[in-house]
Design a protein around this ligand. Structure first.
Ligand code: UDP
Length: 328
């Protein structure tokens, strides 16, 4: 059934892919974005398409948010401060934006009992070692004196807030914990590893591996992430639930650098950069992060499986275009 879907942060990397997919399925899509980390170039190809509407504005603007939440059948709340570098550099902005925007969305949704999907992050698992991470597992965050954890904590608070509105005020809320999501349109400007490595390799510049490179991640294609979200929107019994959204092919960052270099055919050196130089003194990385995808698969019949080799190829193609156009 065609629905009206409101996406906050819809000009961002994940948001723009989601908007495109939902339009393709016949839904009406309204997006709101302040273009802080999103970009018009992400949505230019959607402007003028039937059923698509965009508004430049802040998800902290309660009036604006309420207007769109009211008009829509459901909201996918993606607007947030993202990117480890941005978060380490601007912790106040991170906390205020993440909690403020989620509050605005939930309060608006409460008035008419509208459905809300809240984007969260695998960062909330923090230093947990209960691999693979299950949605009902404990969270393990670092000290409050280390600003990296402000992001995880603000997103965990967004989750608590969502479930508080669900229990106390009957708002149908679903939480999506995105794992490392990569693919075309992701900019390297905020420090994300894959676009950075690909750009460095294409320019035959040193590939910057932070720390010893033995930390590992599972990279999911953004196409699979937005398919997961669409399927969860259509699935029964997802209210009040948390879902990991990610793939589970694990790779060390050193190995990722090697695979990117080989795929590009680059002559870049691979260099190790201490975390203190890359981020800040005392920065704590997560040594490992692996999702358990079984809950997503049970609810939707779908499991993200795009192989890393394909993901790398897609990012190379995208970065080549960006380089040719002098874009970040
Ligand atoms: N990283 C790296 N070089 C870079 C950017 C990131 O080695 O140029 C590392 C980073 O320290 C982390 C991993 O790659 O261990 C993934 O970083 P990203 O910021 O993409 O996502 P995170 O998993 O930290 O949310």
């Amino acid at each position: 059934m065609a629905q009206k879907i409101f996406i906050t942060g819809g000009a961002g990397f994940i948001g723009s892919h989601l908007a495109e997919r939902l339009l393709g399925s016949g839904h009406q899509v309204f997006i709101l974005d302040d273009l802080s980390t999103g970009a018009m170039s992400n949505i230019e190809h959607l402007i003028g398409r039937e059923g698509f509407e965009y508004r430049i504005g802040s998800a902290l603007d309660q009036g604006l948010v309420a207007e769109y939440v009211d008009r829509a059948d459901l909201t996918v709340h993606l607007a947030a401060a993202v990117g480890v570098r941005l978060i380490v550099e601007r912790p106040v902005h991170t906390i205020e934006t993440n909690l403020g925007a989620t509050t605005a969305v939930l309060e608006a949704a409460q008035r008419k009992g509208k459905r809300v999907f809240i984007a969260s992050t695998s960062e909330v698992y923090g230093k947990s070692t209960a691999f693979p991470f299950r949605e009902d597992g404990d969270l393990s965050l670092g000290a409050t004196t280390r600003s990296r954890w402000a992001y995880a904590c603000s997103k965990a608070m967004d989750e608590w807030l969502g479930f508080a509105f669900a229990r106390e005020r009957d708002v149908p809320v679903t939480v999506l914990r995105f794992f490392n999501t990569v693919g075309p349109r992701q900019t390297g400007r905020y420090g994300m590893v894959l676009p950075n490595f690909v750009r460095q390799a294409l320019q035959n510049q040193p590939i910057s591996v932070y720390g010893d490179g033995q930390q590992s991640r599972c990279f999911g294609h953004v196409r699979d992430a937005v398919e997961s979200v669409e399927r969860l929107i259509d699935a029964p019994n997802v209210n009040g639930e948390v879902f990991n959204v990610g793939a589970d092919e694990e790779v060390s960052i050193e190995e990722l650098a090697k695979r990117v270099r080989a795929a590009v055919g680059s002559s870049s050196d691979i260099v190790n950069i201490p975390y203190s130089e890359a981020y800040a003194e005392g920065f704590e990385d997560m040594p490992r992060r692996v999702p358990d995808c079984s809950k997503l698969e049970a609810a939707t019949g779908f499991r993200p499986r795009t192989p890393l080799a394909t993901i790398i190829e897609d990012v190379i193609a995208d970065q080549k275009v960006k380089l040719a156009n002098n874009e970040d």
